[in-house]
Design a protein around this ligand. Structure first.
Ligand code: PMV
Length: 324
């Protein structure tokens, strides 16, 4: 009862920002991401008779407390599907450059969903797997697939119709995504807390919801047509609107640092020089820059020349779940 799976992380071009059901993790809006080949998690799950509890090793270090709790709560859902109490040893390796401060919950929970369901003997199709991964971390529902992926919010209260689908695979379009790692980052508001506070208190939230549905339709057309300017400008505007909702929350907050804004300005300067480059930012200070392969040298040089930029990690669209 042992299996190993690998999943890549993803970056949202149309953000998931708000839950309508916190325990099932059902979003308030459909959203879309691109899977990144530069960051992945490989996870082995071994269910064994006689174990009294789950255990978790991350990058060969024993993990306890809240992080182990999250794994155990997720494995409870897998055990419920299987219908028997049996505990597991979980081992994960994050292939995300250390200290990058980049979200690994999408790749982590997607790999855990795939490895644990296979180890316990369930043979889930991608739709079922996406639905399961969603219940670990919303963005993980998208990491089941490679390329460009939409998480369809669904309408049902039980979440059966809330899962991701592939819009175009990783070979569809050769774009680049640079993750700009900043040297000094402060502790952030978790995405869970940030979403909750914004949904409950920000007067800007209604405007965000209204516009994001339009953004999603536009970006899907742009992706299919390989219209880079369109895709980039919709993604950037959608990111700015998501972050604007946090300023209206009570108490207000922002994920941006001064360095975040300087990277945004560098990207805008590149555009003024005629280079199509666009940014997007998740629930943290790091910025991801979208550009075309032929502009790589110019984009990289501009970013590298910046103070407080520690590293630049370049990805292409990556693949979905695989088993080892
Ligand atoms: O799945 P979570 O809980 O890590 O939330 C992700 C939220 C954002 O990264 C801000 C947006 C997104 O769609 O990934």
């Amino acid at each position: 009862m042992k299996a190993t799976a690998r999943a890549h992380t993803n970056i949202a071009l149309i953000k998931y920002w708000g839950k309508r059901d916190e325990s099932l993790i059902l979003p308030t809006n459909s959203n879309l991401s691109v899977t990144l080949d530069g960051f992945s998690t490989e996870t082995t799950v071994h269910f064994r008779e006689g174990l009294k509890e789950d255990s978790f090793l991350l990058n060969e270090q024993k993990v306890e407390g809240a992080a182990l709790g999250k794994i155990a709560v997720f494995l409870d859902k897998v055990r419920a599907l299987y219908g028997k109490e049996i505990y597991a040893q979980v081992q994960s390796v994050n292939h995300v450059p250390t200290a990058a401060g980049l979200a690994s919950s999408a790749s982590g929970l997607a790999a855990l969903a795939a490895a644990s369901s296979k180890a316990i003997g369930l043979s889930l199709d991608n739709m079922e797997l996406s639905r399961l991964a969603r219940q670990g971390s919303g963005s993980a529902s998208r990491s089941i697939y490679g390329g460009f992926v939409e998480w369809q919010m669904g309408e049902r209260e039980d979440g059966l119709d809330s899962y991701a689908v592939q819009i175009a695979d990783q070979s569809h379009w050769d774009i680049r995504i640079a993750a700009v790692v900043l040297s000094k980052t402060v502790k952030k508001v978790s995405s869970r807390e940030g979403m909750r506070r914004t949904v409950e208190t920000s007067p800007f939230y209604a405007g965000w919801l209204e516009q994001t549905a339009k953004d999603l339709q536009e970006i899907k057309q742009a992706i299919i047509a390989k219209d880079f300017e369109k895709m980039g400008s919709v993604a950037e505007a959608n990111c700015l609107r998501m972050h604007a909702t946090t300023l209206g929350a009570n108490p207000p907050f922002t994920y941006w640092q001064d360095t975040t804004m300087r990277v945004m300005q560098t990207v805008q300067n590149l555009r003024e020089q005629g280079i199509p480059a666009f940014f997007t930012i998740d629930a943290g200070p790091n910025v991801k820059v979208l550009y075309l392969p032929e502009d790589e040298a110019k984009v990289k040089n501009s970013l590298q020349a910046m103070e407080d930029v520690e590293d630049i990690i370049i990805s292409k669209p990556g693949s979905g779940i695989s088993y080892m």
